[in-house]
Every structure is written in structure tokens, then in C-alpha cells.
Design a protein around this ligand. Structure first.
Ligand code: PXG
Ligand code: PLP
Length: 459
């Protein structure tokens, strides 16, 4: 298709191999406290990646690894794209940093304009941060401050959803619904409640695309209103498609129903599009895909193709408008990060958006989805498989848990895929596939063949 699909392995690089190991031999240094990693297992059998291009990674020893996860759901245009690499290098030489409070760099404005053009109609104000976690917390703070600014300061309650993932900061884990990410950290934010999740194997197993059953679960919000009263509720935050908890596309009609209940009660609707943004489902955003417009939308990951950390909240203009009063020398919204709209991130994002546009990547998943769906569902009947789900360029293969050891089979599957030259993401006992949006049929075949082999050998 283009230069990115040049899949020749770079020459083995002995220098990076040396970096990956230590004087002790093959065990990596203990100094790096690894995020969300089974660190003791990792030290025994490290999975290092030292190079990447297009659809592939290479280990320090030069072993080729097919990337079936777009890194961590973020490298949507494939790895090390020349235009993006060049933009970052040039920006670093030109303007390394500009303070974002009371000063700015021009690319921040240019980027905000471009993002607004991609965003669903009506969402035209962009606040920059550095990650999906920061975007989620920023959106929730905006919602609470918005109600206060318009004279409804009682609306402080936030509603999340079971099995939701909104990053790891205190706001995000409070509205999030992943027990493992919450139970260790005390009481978190007060005034939070959760809708029920929409995962329903009994009614929806082996659905293709959005599942048929479950729109009525949106009515849980009416239950929350009855319990807490609408006057106490600021916002509902959900992922239009739950990613991290195992790929749960929204039941048919669910998002529409949630939108109308929010409207009825003056509750803001926040879509966390950190995964679904930038083409993953076959449209620029899930909001455009499903035809449901939130009041606030969070993005990260694919915003820079994973190259430089960046997150954003895209808001309706009416939300920003209510802040624009008070003395002119005082910031209207007391929030921001040292690295908001960092010049390198802005440059990377502008080049990323150009790359997406040049190659039609934001809608490419829609074209590839039928073949991808057929391929993923061909795993039905393989050992341990209890459900298969898909939407756009996302697939999930749920495996039966080993009694007494939930997550073990999924973890073993991830390690076995790595040993066979493929990177996948697993969450619990679900294998999630989210290849870069440049994926070709030959890669899909290789993904499925590898998984078939792995599923045969798993205990
Ligand atoms: N919201 C959503 C919907 C996400 O998917 C975040 C917020 C947080 O973004 P940062 O950039 O702070 O990580 C995410 C991130 C997984 C996995 O297991 C997914 C994410 C992060 C880590 C693991 O699939 N998504
Ligand atoms: N902690 C201290 C002591 C700081 O001075 C700052 C920023 O100035 C922060 C935390 C927040 O850092 P950031 O703006 O990168 O989120």
C-alpha cells in the first residue's frame, strides 16, 4: 500500500540488545517498576521490543513480532511513520517547550481547529492534556464546574458504569468499574454511582457487531435519578464500546436511549473515546459511528499515533461559554497541565492527522471489518472459546476461565502468542485484537493462524 508496509526486518542491532539486558545476563534491571505488569514473571521471561515499523515489532535479537494490538490500542497508522517522525524531529529543533498557562504555541490552535473538523458536529472546543486518564478526569471536572457556573452547583454526582475503564487517576477509577483497579485504593471520590454493565453472554454470545439485547440497561440511569435526584447528578461517563474490560460493543439502541435520558434530566453525557477515537470502529469517532453526540468527548492514544503522549477533551461550545465571565485577569477554568498542548505532541498529532487523511485510515476499518469479522469468528469451536465479539477493527475471543484462577488462561495465551511472534492484549481471559488500521488480509490470516495454534496448546 505504501512505504510503511516495507516489512523487512531492520538489521539486528546489537547496541539495543545490550540495552535490553544487564551485566547479570538476561534479567532486566529491577529499578524500573513496571506499570500493570506481572513483574516477577516478566523478569524471568522478558518480552522486549526494540524496533518497530508498519505492522511489526522486532525484539532486540531481531525476532519479528506481528503487532495485533496497535501497541496498546494507539498506533493506528502503524509504526514509525516517516511523516510523523520528521514532524517530531523538526519540532524539537524549532521549539522544544512553551508554557501553556498564559502563553501558547501556534500549533495548539492549528491542531484544535483540525480536531474540531473531525469531531461530531457541535463539539468545537478542545482542551489538551497528556493521557486518557487525564482526559477523563478533566472531562469530569469540566462537567461539575459547568453546572456550578450556570448556577446548579448541587450537580456534583458522577455516574460511571460497571466494567468501565477511564484510566487510573482517582477520578477515573472512581467512575470506572474494574474491581482490580479500585479495591486497593481506599474510598476514592465520593458521590459516585454506577450503571450496570452490558455484557450478557446468555443472550448475546457470538454476536457480530453490536449485540441485539440490552438497550433497556440504559434505563438504569432512571433508577439512579430516582435514587439520587437529577439535581445532584452532573454527568454520566461511559465508553461507547468498552475496550479494556474485554471489548463490549454497545447493545443496539443503548447509546441513543442513554442520550435521551440524559437530555430529559439535564445530565451531561461524556463519551470516553480514548480507544474508539481515530478510526478504530470505521468512523473518526464512535459518536459519529453510532450517530449519538455526547456533550464532552475524551480522546488520547491515536491522537498522536501513540508517538508522543497526548490527550484531549472535546466539548460543546455551550459548555465553554458558561465559563467566560468574571474578572478578565483570572483564568476561567482552574485546570491544566505543565505539558498541555506540548509542542512535540501538537506536531506529532498534526502529522498523524495528515497521515490518516492521506491514506483514508479513519474509515478504513469499515472496509476491512467484514473480512476481519469472518476471520475472528472462524475461531468459534476452538478449545476454551466461549464467546467471540467484534466491531470495526476490534475483535475479542473470550476463553473459559480456569476454575480458581481467573485470568491465568488469558495470560498464558498472551505469552504463547509472543513466543509465536505475535503481540496481543489480554484482559482477564479475553484476548483483544486491535491491529493497526493499515492491516492487510495476509496479516489477518497470520493473526488467526497463530491464535488457532495457541488455542490448541493452552492448558
Ligand atoms: N479511557 C479509556 C476508555 C481507555 O481505554 C484510558 C481512559 C486511559 O488512558 P491512559 O492514556 O491514561 O492509559 C484508556 C486507556 C487494556 C488497556 O488493557 C487499555 C488502556 C490502557 C491500559 C490498558 O486494554 N486504555
Ligand atoms: N507537583 C508539583 C510539585 C508541581 O510543581 C507540579 C506542576 O507544576 C505538578 C505536581 C503537576 O505536574 P503536571 O503539570 O506535569 O501534571
Amino acid at each position: 500500500m505504501n512505504q510503511v508496509l516495507d516489512t523487512k526486518a531492520p538489521a539486528a542491532d546489537t547496541k539495543s540488545a545490550a540495552v535490553a539486558t544487564t551485566a547479570k545476563g538476561n534479567a532486566p534491571s529491577e529499578a524500573f517498576w513496571m506499570p500493570f505488569t506481572a513483574a516477577r514473571q516478566f523478569r524471568r521471561a522478558p518480552r522486549m521490543v526494540a524496533k518497530a515499523r508498519g505492522m511489526f515489532y522486532w525484539t532486540p535479537e531481531g525476532r519479528e513480532i506481528l503487532d495485533a494490538a496497535a501497541g496498546l490500542w494507539c498506533v493506528n497508522a502503524g509504526h514509525s511513520r516517516p511523516k510523523i517522525v520528521k514532524a517530531i524531529a523538526e519540532q524539537a529543533a524549532e521549539l522544544d517547550f512553551a508554557p501553556p498557562f498564559n502563553f501558547a504555541n501556534p500549533k495548539a490552535f492549528e491542531l484544535a481547529d483540525k480536531l474540531v473538523k473531525l469531531a461530531p458536529a457541535g463539539l468545537n472546543r478542545v482542551f489538551f492534556c497528556n493521557s486518557g486518564s487525564e482526559a477523563a478526569d478533566t472531562a469530569m471536572k469540566m462537567a461539575i464546574a459547568y453546572h456550578r457556573a450556570r448556577g446548579e452547583g448541587t450537580r456534583t454526582r458522577l455516574i460511571g458504569r460497571e466494567r468501565g475503564y477511564h484510566g487510573v487517576n482517582f477520578g477515573g477509577i472512581s467512575v470506572g468499574g474494574m474491581v482490580g483497579n479500585r479495591k486497593t485504593f481506599g474510598p476514592m471520590l465520593g458521590g459516585v454511582d454506577h450503571l450496570r454493565h452490558t455484557h450478557d453472554l446468555a443472550r448475546n454470545a457470538y454476536s457480530r457487531g453490536v449485540p441485539e439485547h440490552g438497550a433497556e440497561l440504559a434505563d438504569d440511569l432512571e433508577r439512579m435519578v430516582a435514587l439520587h435526584d437529577a439535581s445532584s447528578i452532573a454527568a454520566v461517563i461511559i465508553e461507547p464500546m468498552a475496550g479494556s474490560t474485554g471489548v463490549l460493543p454497545p447493545p443496539k439502541g443503548y447509546l441513543q436511549r442513554l442520550r435521551s435520558i440524559c437530555d430529559k434530566h439535564g445530565i451531561l453525557l461524556i463519551f470516553d473515546e480514548v480507544i474508539t477515537g481515530f478510526g478504530r470502529l470505521g468512523s473518526p469517532f464512535a459518536a459519529t459511528h453510532f450517530g449519538v453526540t455526547p456533550d464532552l468527548l475524551t480522546a488520547a492514544k491515536g491522537i498522536t499515533n501513540g508517538c508522543v503522549p497526548m490527550g484531549a477533551v472535546i466539548a460543546k461550545q455551550q459548555i465553554q461559554d458558561v465559563f467566560m465571565n468574571g474578572p478578565e485577569h483570572v483564568p476561567e477554568f482552574a485546570h491544566g497541565y505543565t505539558y498541555s498542548a506540548h509542542p512535540l505532541a501538537c506536531a506529532a498529532s498534526l502529522a498523524t492527522l495528515e497521515t490518516y487523511a492521506d491514506e483514508g485510515l479513519l474509515t478504513r476499518a469499515a472496509k476491512v471489518a467484514p473480512a476481519f469479522e469472518a476471520a475472528v469468528h472462524s475461531l468459534k469451536g476452538s478449545r476454551h472459546v466461549i464467546d467471540i465479539r467484534n466491531i470495526g477493527l476490534v475483535g475479542a475471543i473470550e476463553l473459559e476461565s480456569i476454575p480458581g484462577a481467573p485470568g491465568k488462561r488469558g495470560f498464558d495465551a498472551m505469552v504463547a502468542c509472543w513466543d509465536k511472534g505475535m503481540m496481543v492484549r489480554t484482559t482477564g481471559d479475553t484476548i483483544a485484537l486491535s491491529p493497526p488500521l493499515i492491516v492487510e488480509d495476509s496479516h489477518i490470516d497470520r493473526i488467526i493462524d497463530t491464535l488457532k495454534g495457541v488455542l490448541k496448546t493452552l492448558a
